[in-house]
Design a protein. Structure first.
Lengths: 125, 240
């Protein structure tokens, strides 16, 4: 588990370094995700030099364990937001209505477009 | 409280340990509750943990800065968790590759609707221009949205609040909305959640279905690339 966690951090670190060093408009962790994806795609070929945690399912278990608790990681920022609700108070109702309707519309527009194109491409269901 | 209790409190309240522990147990409590009611959308763990902690902080007169010294360790894990999105992405890579065209279309339409509808509705309701600018990137993940708002002349702190509220709204409404539309395709449902409600929508998607979570992560990532391009193009026209 520690090796897997270390590997996730290493990918993030390399991602941050690449983003800063090359002045890329992407967040470091997103580049880190791309790096980990490349590593996973090449892991058969690289297996002699990779720690065995990459191939034996430990990395998957650690990563999926983290993702299963993604909600936890939004709590600190969420608590900060509760303390700054004063910022939205002056237009509270109008902003809430806009957020609610707009989020619903964005969900419907995305899912409808996805399904429409999938169906046009000959998918059933 | 007598003198020695008070001294203990003063000591504990200054170490990161106390607020880290409180954050984890507030989450465990909210998450157990959510599991107990079969992941009912209204039992959203982020929402309930946040108000519980907010209440404790206000009752103990603890400033957010003190709280964050402990909570930062949890906050920090967002980075490695984002990297870990590569793992389900790899696991479902064939399904993902087959869905590239539907995803591209849904991204363009969904990302545009998220931005245009929020600003037009708020404008029609009389919200002033400076607030509209901060509202525009509300469907995108926190750090990216704040950068977009700042470059467009908005208030990043206000954007952070609007982003968080959007995420919680999206996480609550996505399941009932998709059920009422009879959408069973977990790829499409997850992808929509990631586009409209970023990481909090993605966290919800992972609760519902692994495939939905995978596609939500992709939707979140792609909209974080699209919206920074859309805002400078569409915002002047929307405000005009």
């Amino acid at each position: 588990m520690i090796v897997s966690l270390g590997l996730l951090l290493l990918c993030q670190l390399l991602g941050e370094a690449l983003a800063r060093g090359l002045d890329l408009p992407l967040p470091g962790p997103v580049l880190g995700m791309a790096l980990l994806l490349v590593l996973l795609l090449l892991r058969e070929r690289l297996s002699p030099v990779l720690p065995h945690e990459v191939g034996d399912g430990t990395l998957e278990k650690t990563g999926n364990g983290l993702l299963g608790h993604l909600s936890l990681m939004f709590i600190p920022a969420g608590v900060g937001v509760v303390q700054r609700l004063d910022l939205v108070m002056s237009h509270g109702l109008a902003l809430f209505a806009a957020l609610l309707v707009s989020t619903a519309l964005a969900l419907v527009a995305s899912v409808a477009t996805f399904r429409l194109i999938a169906r046009l491409m000959g998918e059933r269901g | 409280m007598n003198q020695s209790d008070f001294a203990l409190w003063v000591y504990l309240s200054r170490t990161p340990l106390l607020w880290l522990t409180v954050t984890i147990f507030a989450y465990v409590l909210a998450d157990r509750l959510s599991a107990r009611v079969q992941r009912h959308p209204l039992a959203n763990p982020v929402l309930h943990a946040v108000w519980m902690i907010g209440l404790v902080l206000s009752l103990t007169h603890t400033p957010y800065r003190t709280y964050f010294e402990g909570a930062q360790f949890v906050h920090f894990m967002l980075g490695p968790a984002t990297v870990a999105l590569a793992i389900p992405l790899y696991g479902h890579r064939r399904t993902v590759m087959r869905a590239l065209v539907p995803m591209a279309g849904a991204l363009l339409i969904g990302g545009t609707v998220a931005l245009v509808s929020a600003v037009s509705i708020a404008k029609a309701l009389g919200v002033p221009t400076d607030v509209l600018i901060s509202l525009a990137p509300k469907s995108v993940t926190g750090g990216v949205a704040m950068g977009v708002a700042e470059r467009a002349g908005g208030d990043p702190a206000l954007t952070a609040v609007l982003v968080m509220i959007t995420g919680v709204i999206g996480a609550i409404i996505v399941t009932p909305l998709m059920e009422s539309l009879r959408i069973k395709d977990m790829r499409a449902r997850g992808f929509a959640a990631g586009i409209a409600a970023h990481g909090i929508g993605t966290a919800r998607a992972f609760q519902v279905d692994m495939m939905a979570g995978t596609f939500a992560g992709i939707g979140m990532g792609l909209n974080a690339m699209l919206t920074p391009v859309l805002v400078p193009v569409l915002l002047p026209w929307l405000l005009g």
